[in-house]
Design a binder for this molecule. Structure first.
Ligand code: ZN
Length: 460
């Protein structure tokens, strides 16, 4: 099966030119002007932009959390991602304290395998680092193709590891050629503030926000960066939200340290005033919480300064009835918000169309850098001969309105209800197959493949 895409404006992290793309099988075989039209099918992309398929390296599908599961399955979540131009996601396997990493991976695979429509991989969250866990790291990197290990500096008693475990894990992961991801907030400070607010009868979603002030994230980010510097382990801070935490990274770069930063689309676009809407604020209860306008300005600047390399989502949807579990107590609201389908269009509309970032930067932070950092480049993350034919054909001018009525995520509200965006994903190919065309999904669950990743280079 071959496909020829004619006359599109091809945008990569480095290039911007008009040419034809020939796809044979699952990969790109040639790019050039006026390629001969011998393909089985031809797509005319005149007037359209062509991006590499988006990569969202931070999602939680069908994830057990606070007594329930995030509402998107691997099928609905990866399908919604494709509608929004994201062809690959990286989800998180969570180790149960007292059990092995392999046990957790088997559990996650029982939900993910043969159920994904789009491509996927996993980060392995290490919540209990000990002598047994240590022995599994090499196997995960070399055999399972899982090279990134997530750590939590919060959620004590469930997910958090202490600094002693962090240092031990970093030394092992560095030795084996992997990378540490971190949820960097000070769990003890937050636990103290949550208990204090509850004891004072302050139970609305606003107090979720007030229990996680900027300093809790800035302190933990700095501590993580220091530990990574000491061990020499490459680090990646997930969902960084604020100026204080970003400044910790700025300081670290003065000593030539390798440290990567991800933010999420919501932290660029939404702010904490949404928590003043009584219980409706529960829609945006996530950790860390939304911040202030000055933090948004820092994050946009950080993207352009190269300090923030990735814009992800932390997609972790819960239906409204699940959010109601915390109706009378903010600490019982399941954390997370839906965005897997909206990220690429929102970032284009608010970033590129409004002049905050260039087209090349857009591709870099929505696809290329994630592929490089997490060991998939150049198979994923670019448009080049030999790369997987993961391609988004995008109309930069078409306007449309985001809403729960129109989206494909399995959740009954939108965090962006009524938001008008400029630019629309029109056609998506994943490994050479036409998967989205004219608002229809043409792929079935099971088409999405688990992508084994390579050791990380530490350099992007
Ligand atoms: Zn997350």
């Amino acid at each position: 099966m071959s496909v020829l895409i004619k006359n599109g404006r091809i945008i990569t992290a480095a290039d911007d030119y008009i040419a034809d793309i020939l796809i044979e099988g699952e990969s790109i075989s040639a790019i050039g002007k006026n390629l001969a039209g011998k393909a089985d099918s031809i797509i005319d992309a005149s007037g359209k932009l062509i991006f590499p398929g988006g990569i969202d390296p931070h999602v939680h599908l069908d994830m057990p959390f606070m007594g329930t599961f995030s509402s998107d399955s691997y099928e609905t979540g990866t399908r919604a991602a494709l509608y929004g131009g994201t062809t690959m996601v990286i989800d998180f396997v969570l180790q149960t304290q007292g059990k092995s990493l392999q046990h957790a991976l088997n559990d996650w695979r029982s939900r993910s395998d043969n159920n994904c429509v789009g491509d996927y991989s996993f980060h392995m969250a290490v919540t209990d680092f000990n002598e047994d866990t240590k022995k599994e790291i090499k196997h995960f990197i070399e055999e399972e193709g899982i090279v990134s290990f997530k750590t939590f500096m919060a959620y004590k008693g469930a997910l958090m590891i202490d600094d002693r475990q962090m240092i031990g894990l970093m030394e092992e992961v560095k030795k084996c050629g992997g990378l540490i991801n971190v949820h960097a907030t000070n769990g003890d400070m937050i636990d103290y503030l949550v208990a204090k607010h509850r004891s004072e009868g302050k139970l609305s979603p606003l107090y979720h926000y007030l229990s996680q002030p900027e300093i809790t994230e800035a302190e933990a980010s700095e501590r993580f960066v220091d530990m990574a510097s000491y061990t020499g382990c490459p680090g990646y801070i997930v969902h960084l939200t604020c100026e204080g935490a970003l400044n910790a990274v700025r300081n670290a770069t003065k000593r030539n340290q390798k440290m990567f930063v991800e933010t999420c689309i919501q932290y660029l676009l939404l702010d904490a005033s949404l928590y003043e809407k009584d219980f409706e604020g529960a829609k945006w209860v996530m950790s860390p919480p939304l911040r202030e306008k000055k933090d948004q300005a820092s994050l946009w600047a950080g993207i352009n300064q190269g300090l923030v390399q990735v814009v992800a989502t932390d997609h972790c949807p819960f239906k409204w009835e699940q959010k109601l579990m915390g109706k009378n107590d903010f600490s019982k609201i399941p954390n997370g918000h839906p965005a897997i389908e909206n990220r690429m269009e929102l970032l284009y509309s608010e970033g590129v169309a409004k002049g905050k970032i260039t087209l090349n930067k857009y591709v870099e932070v929505s696809s290329t850098n994630a592929a490089k950092i997490f060991g998939m480049y150049p198979r994923k993350g670019t448009i080049a001969p030999g790369s997987d034919a993961d391609i988004v054909i995008f109309d930069p001018n078409e306007k449309h309105v985001l809403s729960a009525a129109a989206h494909h995520m399995n959740v009954d509200y939108s965090g962006y209800e009524g938001w008008e965006v400029t630019g629309k994903v029109k056609t998506v190919l994943l490994r050479g197959k036409l998967v989205i065309d004219n608002d229809k999904c043409l792929a079935e669950k099971g088409y999405g493949q688990f992508i084994k990743r390579k050791k990380v280079s530490q350099i992007i």
